[in-house]
Design a protein around this ligand. Structure first.
Ligand code: TZP
Ligand code: MG
Length: 226
């Protein structure tokens, strides 16, 4: 790995610290307000994920994505699109995130080029190894804890899956996902993740700004005590 590749990887680790994922149907109020409050609280990356029952489609989806993208740009927060390369390219997104059931990660890498971030979900070591071969820049590992948010989520894996990936030479940036809250985020980092990605811990918090700050503090403690 060249020095500049190493620097980029280290930068990505920091950007994954507090990663908010959401679509309109995860929000109890205006998604633009939720994003603004989360930015004020200190999120480091944002993913637009419009999925599940009640998800927007068509022009409404494009319009919301485009407004969220604009706010992220204004605040220099990387904007990632879940599972829609066309939308990502249309909005000049900073990256794309795909799950195992989505478009093949190598094909996504070819379409987005080398300069955009590619995130891939991985439940276990074989999925992590395959994702890396296909060009992933970071792995989203989980669900670590029980989650109500993803309708087709697998069983919670617990933190050992991250610890064992780290023991099995998985070095690329990892962000934990699934049921992460301020009170368990520190352990996720302790297990070897670089950051935490959350939906409801922020979108259902009521006070999104304080919830984000609490997550950010927990991640900092985790990194400090590692
Ligand atoms: N992938 C695995 S779990 C999950 C996704 C998208 C949902 C995470 O949502 P929450 O509310 O943070 O548990
Ligand atoms: Mg997906």
């Amino acid at each position: 790995m060249s020095a500049s590749q190493w620097q980029q990887e280290e930068q990505l680790r920091r950007l994954l610290s507090v990663y908010l994922i959401m679509g309109s149907n995860n929000c109890l109020k205006d998604p633009m307000v939720v994003l603004e409050e989360a930015i004020q609280g200190g999120i480091t990356m944002f993913q637009y994920r419009e999925k599940g029952s009640g998800a927007l489609a068509g022009d409404e989806r494009f319009s919301l994505a485009s407004r969220l993208r604009g706010k992220c740009r204004e605040h220099h927060i990387p904007f990632i699109v879940n599972d829609d390369v066309d939308l990502a390219l249309a909005l000049d997104a900073d990256g794309v995130h795909v799950g195992q059931e989505d478009e093949n990660a190598s094909a996504v890498r070819r379409r987005i080029g080398a300069d955009r971030i590619l995130g891939v979900s991985a439940y276990d070591l074989p999925e992590a190894e395959a994702a890396i071969r296909m060009g992933a820049d970071y792995l989203g590992v989980g669900p670590l804890y029980r989650t109500q948010t993803k309708e087709d989520a697998k069983a919670a894996s617990g933190l050992d899956v991250i610890a064992s990936m780290r023991m099995q030479h998985i070095r690329i940036p990892i962000v934990g996902i699934g049921g992460i809250r301020p009170d368990n985020a520190e352990q996720v980092i302790g297990a070897g993740a670089d950051g935490v990605s959350v939906i409801t811990a922020i979108t259902h918090a009521g006070d999104e700004r304080s919830a984000t700050k609490a997550l950010s503090d927990a991640v900092e403690r985790g990194l400090h005590n590692r």
